[in-house]
Ligand binder design. Structure first.
Ligand SMILES: [Zn+2]
Ligand SMILES: [Zn+2]
Length: 125
């Protein structure tokens, strides 16, 4: 009788590397911004103003040209997220203190927006 080896359910296949689903494990609205702990162990912190200024909704970015209509200077310095909602399994939507709530931030975009040093280094400038 040999005992069965239980394999870990997590997959570490290297070829999945770039394609691994990017999903937050934990999202926390903090006084200064939004903290996201990702399932791959990465931690991001987005200052509220930065995230609000990067809103990609039709009110903030022109749909066809991708031109940013929102002037970041018009975002109040004391802007904060009052609440957030998970949209399906692919995005977060924030309710901002300036009343803006139409912005949907797909996880992949949030990850791109991560302002940490590690991600800044990985990004081509
Ligand atoms: Zn917007
Ligand atoms: Zn990062």
């Amino acid at each position: 009788m040999s005992s069965r080896v239980v394999m870990p359910t997590r997959c570490f296949c290297p070829e999945l590397g770039g394609k691994m689903a990017i999903e937050p494990q934990k999202v926390e609205v903090q006084p200064g911004g939004i903290a996201i702990q990702w399932k791959d162990g990465h931690k991001s912190f987005y200052p509220s103003k930065y995230l609000r200024a990067n809103c990609g909704c039709a009110h903030c970015v022109e749909e066809w040209t991708n031109r940013r209509i929102l002037d970041p200077a018009t975002v109040p310095d004391d802007i904060r997220a009052l609440d957030y909602m998970e949209i399906g399994r692919y995005a977060l939507q924030f309710l901002w203190s300036d009343g803006h709530y139409t912005g949907i931030y797909p996880f992949t975009r949030l990850r791109e927006l991560c302002p940490c040093e590690e991600c800044a280094r990985a990004k081509p400038h």
